[in-house]
Every structure is written in structure tokens, then in C-alpha cells.
Design a protein around this ligand. Structure first.
Ligand code: NI
Ligand code: MN
Length: 225
């Protein structure tokens, strides 16, 4: 599984030969100006919730790629009205896609569209594919529900928000990594705007002191899992 960081909370996964894009927000992110949005591949676009910093480029990318959107029922209904194709889910549900098995899990956050309309309830994803299992937390607070994940999954990687203010910060993300029983973490949802700027070295050191490995990727860079 190849994992690419496109800035903020936007992640690209390549699972076998299928391209899965999560929460595209690139054209509005000055730090991702070097990313050519019109070259990003997407067979599926997963959306954790309806906030602008997670959906801004959904239409632009989906219209070009014909990607199938996967999110909660309300977000999918919204995009189907705009002529895009989607697969609606809700919390606790799993589905076998051609990239692997996906579960829509709980997140503690809010989920309104930029115009204030209802965007369902926010979520995260557990994705099993290519013999790997990853957890993409979405925007969330630390929550006891995270303890449900290792009851069912043995995670190879977790992608956690660490920017604080709107989501967990570093200290809560360390507790989250204990709850989910995963030592390999990729941080996201930090530095994009003033409220969520973090000290990278301090964040990595704090995880390291708890025997956990926090990776922070340059925008556009990838890791192989
Ligand atoms: Ni949000
Ligand atoms: Mn956000």
C-alpha cells in the first residue's frame, strides 16, 4: 500500500492498482501550491465529513476522474444531486470495495457543509487492503470509541490529526495511539492555518518518548506500507 500526503487532511492511497483519495483540500491550501490537482488519480474519494477543508476539491476531481464517492448518507445524497456517483454508508457499517474492506467508524467532531447545511455525522475509516490495515481517524477528539478498533483489527498504521484546536493535539493523539494499540502513526491536520501550527520536533519527541513512531511527511511525499 502506497500512502501519499497531499497536505492538511488529504491522503492518497494506492491499494493494489486502485487509487483511493481521502478528503481532497488542495486548491485552498497555500502550502500545497506545488501539487497539480488535475493529475491526482482517484478511483474512489472517501470523505470523512462535510467541512470545507475536507471537501473543497471533491467536485473538481470527481468530475475529471469519475471517482465513486464514499461517505455518510447525507454527504453522498448532497453530491448525487450534483450528478456525482456515490456509495452511502453510516457508522459501524462495512463494505467490500475493489480496493479492500472499509468500515465507517465514529469520530467526535461536527459536519456541516460550507453553506451551513447538514453534513451528517463525521466519521473515520478503517481500511483493509493488500494485507494491511490502516485507520484514518478524520477530524476527531480523543474518544473511548477508539478502543473498539483493536478489538477487531490489528493496525499497521494510523493516520491521526495532531494540530489541536479543532481536533486532537499531540498529547491526546498519543493516548489515542494507545487506545488503538498502534505504534506507527502518520500525523495530519496540522500547520495549514494559524490555529493548528505545531512544533514538529517536539511532536515527534513526545511520541518517541512513549515508544511510538510519529511520521510527518512533506506535502507530496509518500511512504510504502
Ligand atoms: Ni472538520
Ligand atoms: Mn478539518
Amino acid at each position: 500500500m502506497k500512502i501519499t500526503f497531499y497536505g492538511h487532511a488529504c491522503i492518497g492511497l494506492k491499494v493494489e492498482d486502485v487509487h483511493v483519495l481521502i478528503d481532497p483540500f488542495i486548491s485552498g491550501n497555500g502550502k500545497a501550491a506545488h501539487i497539480n490537482i488535475d493529475e491526482i488519480p482517484a478511483d474512489y474519494i472517501l470523505i470523512t465529513h462535510a467541512h470545507q477543508d475536507h471537501i473543497l476539491d471533491v467536485e473538481r476531481i470527481a468530475k475529471r476522474t469519475k471517482a465513486i464517492l464514499v461517505s455518510n448518507y447525507e454527504i453522498i445524497t448532497h453530491y448525487e444531486k450534483l450528478g456525482l456517483e456515490g456509495h452511502p454508508m453510516n457508522h459501524g457499517g462495512t463494505w467490500n470495495f475493489d480496493f479492500g474492506k472499509l468500515k465507517y467508524v465514529n469520530a467526535i467532531h461536527t459536519s456541516s457543509f460550507p453553506d451551513g447545511s447538514y453534513g451528517g455525522q463525521p466519521g473515520g475509516f478503517v481500511i483493509e487492503g493488500e494485507h494491511k490495515t490502516i485507520y484514518v481517524a478524520g477530524d476527531t477528539a480523543l474518544t473511548m470509541d477508539m478502543k473498539l478498533i483493536p478489538a477487531q483489527y490489528d493496525l499497521d498504521l494510523a493516520i491521526l490529526p495532531i494540530g489541536d484546536n479543532f481536533t486532537m493535539g499531540v498529547d491526546d493523539a498519543i493516548i489515542a495511539s494507545k487506545f488503538i494499540e498502534c505504534d506507527k502513526l502518520l500525523g495530519y491536520h496540522y500547520d495549514t492555518f494559524g490555529y493548528i501550527e505545531i512544533d514538529h520536533e517536539e511532536a515527534k519527541r513526545k511520541f518517541f518518548e512513549k515508544d511510538k513512531d510519529l511520521m510527518l511527511l512533506e506535502i507530496g511525499n509518500s511512504i510504502e506500507l
